[in-house]
Write a protein that binds this ligand. Structure first.
Ligand code: SF4
Length: 469
């Protein structure tokens, strides 16, 4: 078993036994579910909207080369710079080099999962730059020195009391755990950073090819401050973020907001075309877009799994997933958590993360909720198949399946092993070994009550009920 798989199992066991943690995220997801229900009801036909969003992303991903080039030409025509980063190192080096050449000291960031994916903050901070996350949830987890817990709600695992304690410890001046008061403290602190930053880094929700615009959605207004106040603005985006036309936002913006937070639209829907133009009073002097590949081209070349690039990072599949609801975001140990993370991460970081495809009940709730109709649970199965073909599973598991196949291939063997298992379980229960060191199912029964075994098996009942009929 890989080290990543062992870490995942350890963290998942800890978190699923942590009732406060489960209660906190359950509360968050319950209010999300209610908001999303209301949000979807505002559409005259939610399924038709999903279908339209799917078609837009399918068209974009099928012609990614053309749309990306069109986007690049439009940005360059307005004096912007576009850098194509093949991997994380190239993207990090470009931003670091730019910051050093331009004598940047302080950077403010709007939420960007791509920068998490390439660990940009660590690189910049190691080189002596000051980096401020300005999305409130991101700011909170940055103060805790933690990665985001969830791709949309990074501090979802924390109660307001925990946040109040954190602010008191790191900033001071906390008088209660009242949310507006806590927001005011963060706001005051972040304002100082906005007004003194030399560089703003943002993500992109969409890159609009025909208009050459970056579409950005936020709820706190921090995105607009990051992208207009500092003298340099850098956009970091995966290549899959491109969409063909400006009018596609009429579908994608409401679909994203509804699935992400249950809103009809996010509070701030911003379109950014480049640096400050002649005669304009605000905006950056320089504008850069970093287009990150980092394994996405390989995914594009895979006709089976290409549609994973349709993802608009709404986070809905995480909230719907029974595994995520129990183990939470940090257990995954990856930038992207939940079903989309389990599908995507083995492609971005290798088969060492193939265990995540097995962390699923395959209930299909993720596929059902995905606003761009990605067949997530089917891709989890494909990843499992690929991991087995590549020998990335433990030998014990491979052996267990061979034995299982041998048992299932014969009615007599199936009967015998069924009897053996039943008798063994009865003995464990009768001797009261459950949960003790002598319990052969100890790991399993640590947090679960073993089921009562029925007096008669299905085969016995069948025989008795239908004997002679
Ligand atoms: S896979 Fe679908 S549901 Fe999950 S984050 Fe992406 S778009 Fe949202």
């Amino acid at each position: 078993m890989s080290a990543a798989a062992q870490d995942f199992l350890r963290r998942a066991a800890e978190k699923s036994a942590d009732l406060l943690h489960r209660q906190t995220i359950r509360r968050g997801i319950d209010s999300y579910d209610a908001a999303v229900g209301r949000g979807r009801s505002r559409f005259s036909d939610w399924q038709a909207a999903r279908e339209r969003a799917f078609r837009i992303k399918q068209e974009a991903v099928s012609h990614l080369d053309q749309y990306l080039l069109r986007f690049e030409q439009n940005i360059q025509a307005r004096g912007g710079h576009v850098f194509w980063a093949a991997d994380a190192a190239e993207a990090r080096n470009y931003v670091l080099d730019l910051a050093q050449r331009k004598q940047v000291k302080r950077i403010v960031k709007s939420k960007s999962m791509v920068t998490e994916e390439i660990h940009l903050n660590e690189t910049l901070e190691k080189s002596g730059l000051e980096v401020w996350e300005t999305d409130l949830g991101e700011y909170i987890v940055q103060l805790r020195n933690e990665p985001p817990y969830h791709i949309v709600t990074p501090a979802m695992h924390l109660t307001r009391t925990q946040i109040a304690d954190l602010f008191q410890q790191k900033i001071g001046g906390v008088t209660s755990d009242d949310p507006p008061g806590l927001v005011a403290i963060a706001r005051r602190k972040l304002r100082q950073a906005f007004f003194s930053a030399d560089m703003g880094i943002s993500g992109a929700n969409f890159l609009v090819a025909d208009a050459g615009m970056v579409a950005l959605n936020t709820n706190e207004g921090n995105g607009r401050l990051c992208t207009t106040l500092p003298r340099i603005h850098v956009v970091m985006a995966g290549i899959e973020k491109v969409i063909p036309r400006l009018q596609d936002l009429a579908t994608l913006w409401p679909v994203l907001a509804t699935s992400g937070t249950g809103q009809h639209l996010t509070s701030y829907c911003t379109l950014i075309g480049g640096r400050r133009a002649a005669g304009e009073v605000d905006g950056p002097e320089e504008f850069h877009v970093v287009l990150l590949d980092n394994g996405r081209s390989e995914l594009l070349a895979d006709p089976e799994q290409r549609e994973v690039l349709h993802c608009i990072r709404c986070g809905a599949c995480l909230n719907a997933c029974p595994i995520f609801r129990n183990v939470g975001g940090h257990a995954y140990g990856t930038t992207y958590q939940g079903p989309i993370g389990s599908v995507l991460t083995p492609h971005l970081r290798g088969l060492e993360f193939s265990h995540l495809s097995f962390a699923s009940s395959l209930c299909g709730a993720c596929t059902e909720t995905c606003p761009v109709k990605i067949n997530l649970h089917h891709h989890l199965l494909e990843n499992r198949r690929d991991a087995i073909a590549a020998g990335a599973r433990p030998w014990t598991e491979r052996m267990a399946f061979r034995v299982w196949r041998w048992v299932m291939a014969s009615a007599a063997r199936f009967r015998f092993f069924g009897w053996l298992g039943k008798t063994g379980l009865r003995m464990v229960n009768a001797l009261g070994l459950t949960g003790t060191a002598l319990d052969p199912l100890r790991k399993w029964s640590k947090y679960r009550v073993p089921p009562e075994l029925p007096a008669a098996s299905f085969r016995q009942i069948w025989k008795e009920s239908y004997a002679g009929k």
